[in-house]
Design a protein around this ligand. Structure first.
Ligand SMILES: Cc1cc2nc3c(=O)[nH]c(=O)nc-3n(C[C@H](O)[C@H](O)[C@H](O)COP(=O)(O)OP(=O)(O)OC[C@H]3O[C@@H](n4cnc5c(N)ncnc54)[C@H](O)[C@@H]3O)c2cc1C
Length: 472
């Protein structure tokens, strides 16, 4: 006899079962996740490191029979909600295969893969599948919530390219979900994909990458004292009506490796002749009386995708909060006000913050993201012009540092309230039903609730739209 409620599961698995009985292995599984602070707040029952689909189906059936809740996480493991107290964590980090069909321009991605795994394989054929903008972020987590990337202006949201999902249902069955077989579930999966089952594989359409996968990118940087003089013309530049969707210009407040506070424009120009792309960067670099440093160059798209990775190391304390905004372009005060908020908020960042990981990010997410009918997917964040995020890290296990970091990020979003359009499940960090309504409109929520009731009536999966409740 044993008190371990997972004891009988072990013999049915080909993968590994890690339980609290083995504290060393348990701790290393628990702290494999990206955000140390949130890992400390979540104490699961155990981890199943799945070898394949069968381990997932076996674990789901076992947990359902024994009334044990389930969470899921992939190799990326960036979200706090991949774990929950007293739940079994199904860990897909061994399931990272990516198979490209260059003839059909399709890619099949095992659900444990991260963005880097995907980019690595698709680049072999000069094809592209949109992934997150940090290559160690899990593909699944990004895709299940909607999926924004550096090139979303051109490629839309990740969900817009999804053809089908393979998933394990709450009954332990393995099914394929696509538009033809179950349009309502397919709708719900594309925006709140984590709630209804465990996805084991995604199939997506690929696009051709022009110029052999070489783009013009990398930051153009100024000292933070130039922020107003740079951000103001940048905001004017990105609202020009004639712009191509293959041009994306991000703006950020950040630090140099030596800790110097900076601001920068990060151009991402795809498929343009090099003289024209460089001319755009020359125009940007002239802002604020001239850039301090120009790093913009021609580089492989895959190198750009990995460029930010070291700013976000694993097993550190982080908080981030984001919102989508837009403003009346005929109102000159609106743009000035956004600049004022940004400059002032940056000046108020916590002085203990981990400099390398502290950012205010203003990412362009319009263009192709806004084109589909908003009702065509449950992903609802289609009308924003900019995705604005505050992200910071703190060095010590210290509640006051945590509170101040969280406040700095949350306040940023609050200050932008006059310009809010919507929020995005994947970085809204919603902490209440009211905040969740900023992610999914009431009508969308109603359909999602009906899907949850149909596909997971026992609320076995503590993931997706209601994930903030997992550790309440
Ligand atoms: C440094 C950083 C950069 C980011 N950049 C971007 C970006 O550019 N674009 C963007 O859109 N978002 C971005 N995000 C937000 C990101 O989309 C979310 O944090 C996402 O949840 C991370 O996914 P993951 O797979 O790494 O995390 P995980 O913790 O593994 O999973 C995230 C969520 O999905 C669930 N889940 C995971 N796999 C499955 C599955 N197979 N089936 C069902 N449910 C599953 C988990 O239970 C959890 O709720 C970024 C986040 C960070 C920390």
């Amino acid at each position: 006899m044993t008190d371990n409620p997972l004891a009988d599961l072990k013999t049915s698995l080909r993968g590994e079962l890690v339980t609290r009985d083995d504290q060393e292995a348990f701790s290393s599984a628990r702290f494999r996740g990206w955000n140390r602070d949130l890992n400390t707040r979540s104490n699961p029952l155990g981890f199943v490191i799945a070898s394949g689909v069968r381990d997932i189906a076996t674990t789901v059936t076992y947990c359902r029979s024994n009334d044990i809740p389930i969470t899921v996480r992939g190799k990326g493991c960036h979200s706090p909600y991949g774990m929950a107290n007293d739940a079994v964590v199904i860990d897909l980090s061994k399931m990272t295969a990516v198979r490209v069909d260059p003839e059909k321009k399709l890619v099949a991605i095992q659900a444990g893969a991260d963005g880097g795994d995907v980019d690595h394989e698709t680049a072999l054929y000069n094809l592209i599948c949109l992934t997150g903008s940090v290559s160690h972020t899990g593909f699944a987590g990004v895709a299940l919530g909607g999926g924004m990337g550096h090139l979303s202006r051109w490629l839309g949201a990740v969900v817009d390219s999804i053809v089908s999902y393979e998933m394990v249902t709450a009954t332990g069955d393995v099914v394929r979900v696509d538009e033809a077989q179950d349009p309502e579930l397919f709708w719900g999966m594309r925006g709140n994909g984590a709630s209804f089952g465990i996805v084991t594989e995604f199939v997506l359409k690929l696009r051709d990458m022009p110029n052999d996968g070489i783009i013009r990118s990398a930051p153009i940087l100024w000292g933070e004292d130039k922020a107003r003089e740079v951000m103001t013309p940048w905001l004017g530049r990105i609202t020009r009506p004639e712009r191509k969707e293959t041009e994306t210009l991000q703006f950020a407040f950040l630090h140099a490796p030596d800790g110097q506070p900076l601001c920068g424009v990060i151009p991402l120009i795809v498929g343009e002749a090099e003289p024209a792309a460089k001319a755009t960067c020359d125009e940007l670099a002239a802002y604020g009386g001239g850039a301090l440093v120009r790093q913009d160059t021609q580089l492989p798209y895959t190198a750009l995708q990995a460029a930010l990775d070291d700013c976000f190391p694993y097993d550190r304390n982080y908080w981030d909060k984001g919102v989508f905004i837009d403003w009346d372009l005929s109102d000159a005060n609106a743009a000035n006000s956004i600049v004022d908020i940004a400059v002032k908020h940056w000046s108020e960042k916590p002085d203990f913050a981990t400099k390398l990981s502290t950012f205010l990010l203003f990412m362009e997410v319009n263009g192709a993201v806004g084109r589909p009918d908003p009702a065509s997917t449950s992903f609802a964040a289609r009308t924003g012009r900019l995705w604005c995020t505050a992200l910071t890290g703190w060095p010590d296990e210290d509640d006051s540092q945590r509170a101040a970091s969280r406040k700095w990020c949350n306040d940023f979003v609050e200050k932008l309230r006059p310009f809010h359009v919507t929020t995005y499940l994947n970085n809204a960090m919603p902490e209440s039903d009211a905040e969740m309504l900023g992610v999914f409109p009431e009508d969308t929520m109603r359909r999602l609730r009906a899907l949850k009731e149909k596909h997971d009536p026992g609320n076995l999966f503590k993931t997706g739209a209601w994930q903030y409740q997992a550790n309440m």
